[in-house]
Design a binder for this molecule. Structure first.
Ligand SMILES: *Cc1c(COP(=O)(O)O)cnc(C)c1O
Length: 402
């Protein structure tokens, strides 16, 4: 692999909400700074930006409850605690995903169990069902790269076997599955607003929940068990009679102010990215490429992931794309998330352990064959034309042409 400096810069910025950032975000941030009220629960001239963001995000998703937190990883942990995970219970996650999924489960004192991915690049319902035991608490489909997981078969398995569904929607804010927004379909959802996500404040996250009691527990957990959310008269009640020890995973007013602006850009951005992706695929139709399966393409936020014949072909294509200044990579470098040394060792800070996870070679194989071309939210039509030509050239140069 060439060192970073040898790679030509991409000819467009391969980011989402960040690419659309302008003076509106800056002004929203300055307003919070001038108020000197950066903490969501009190301050000299509190603007209640975090309350506002939670309300707008919930409306956008058409979900009853949204709880803003400090990161996507914090959102997964908080959601599991909201759902009532018992210590040592198992959560089934995809073999190939971001390591934050494992870390979040462990922070909730759960144990990760890895299931296969299929050509949707997330949980395969058959593999999930094989791994459900009486220790299973939840399954966690990951909506990968702005495409919804095929939730219906996963929800069916979960309902039949009596386990919860937590949607990891970190990479899919605003995306729909059969008409509904992801994160509003399972028992709970988790979103990330880290720098490369659809909407961003650098860091940030949100939990969504259908059940008020789950939402109440989540809200308390992220606020030290309810330091501010239970000591204010109007928010008392619910499960207040069964207090528990929490954490501080709160969102700042600054992040929330930025996210409210970013949220207003989300739907037009997803429409544009979906149109760009569809256009590129149709322009390249003559190449006979195999694209990942999208359970709901019309609801997607635009993705260009193709499945090559094998790992070598994928690596050759990524190299050829880089030579054309196209940002691309294989899915998590074609590795299981359990390749992470700490995950492999099953070592947590508190001594809770698990045996070395079995490698899921079929999943590693799919990930190694999956090449994602990153799109940018601010791509012009000219950039898109250039991208089509560059992919065509890279495809010919990589030797994957038939
Ligand atoms: C980004 C991401 C997370 C974690 O989000 P952070 O905000 O970085 O903690 C979790 N799951 C997936 C699939 C992600 O892509």
């Amino acid at each position: 692999m060439p060192v970073a400096g040898e790679r030509p810069e991409p000819f467009y910025e391969p980011t989402r909400g960040l690419a659309l950032w302008d003076s509106t975000e800056v002004d929203a941030a300055v307003e919070v700074l001038r108020s000197r009220s950066l903490f969501r629960y009190y301050g000299p001239e509190l603007l209640h930006r975090t309350d506002e963001f939670e309300r707008r995000f919930a409306e956008h998703l058409e979900v009853p409850h949204a709880i803003a937190v400090s990161s996507g990883t914090a959102a997964i942990t908080t959601a599991l605690i909201g759902l009532g995970i018992p210590a040592g219970a198992e959560v089934i996650i995809p073999a190939v995903t971001f390591v934050g999924c494992v870390n979040a489960v462990v922070q909730a004192r759960g144990i990760p169990v890895f299931a296969d991915i299929d050509d949707t690049l997330t949980l395969d319902p058959t593999s999930v069902e094989e791994r459900i035991t009486d220790r299973t608490f939840a399954i966690m489909p990951v909506h990968l790269a702005n495409v919804a997981a095929d939730l219906d078969p996963l929800l069916e398995v979960a309902r039949r076997r009596g386990v919860k569904v937590l949607e990891d929607a970190a990479q899919a804010a605003g995306v729909r599955y059969r008409g509904r927004r992801v994160g509003a379909i399972g028992d709970a959802g988790a979103f990330s607003f880290q720098l490369e996500k659809n909407i961003t404040a650098g860091e940030g996250g949100t939990v969504t929940a259908l059940d008020p009691e789950v939402a109440d527990r989540a809200r308390r957990y992220q606020d030290q068990g309810g330091q501010f959310t239970t000591s204010r008269g109007q928010e008392r009640g619910g499960v207040a009679d069964a207090p528990f020890v929490g954490a501080n995973l709160r969102m700042t007013e600054l992040a929330a102010a930025l996210l409210t602006v970013q949220l207003s850009r989300l739907d037009p951005m997803l429409d544009r990215l979906r149109a760009v992706a569809a256009h590129v695929r149709s322009e390249l139709a003559d190449l006979g490429l195999t694209w990942r399966r999208m359970p709901d393409e019309a609801g997607s936020g635009g993705d260009l992931t193709l499945l090559t014949a094998g790992r070598m072909e994928a690596r050759a294509l990524v190299g050829a794309l880089a030579a054309e200044s196209v940002p691309a990579g294989t899915l998590y470098q074609g590795q299981g998330v359990y390749a992470n040394p700490a995950v492999k060792a099953g070592r947590t800070p508190w001594g809770l352990e698990w045996p070395p996870p079995a490698r899921l070679r079929a999943s590693e194989q799919i990930a190694g064959r999956a090449v994602t071309v990153s799109l940018g939210a601010a791509m012009t039509d000219q950039d898109v034309d250039r991208l089509v030509a560059a992919i065509r050239k890279a495809h010919a140069n990589s030797g994957t042409a038939r």
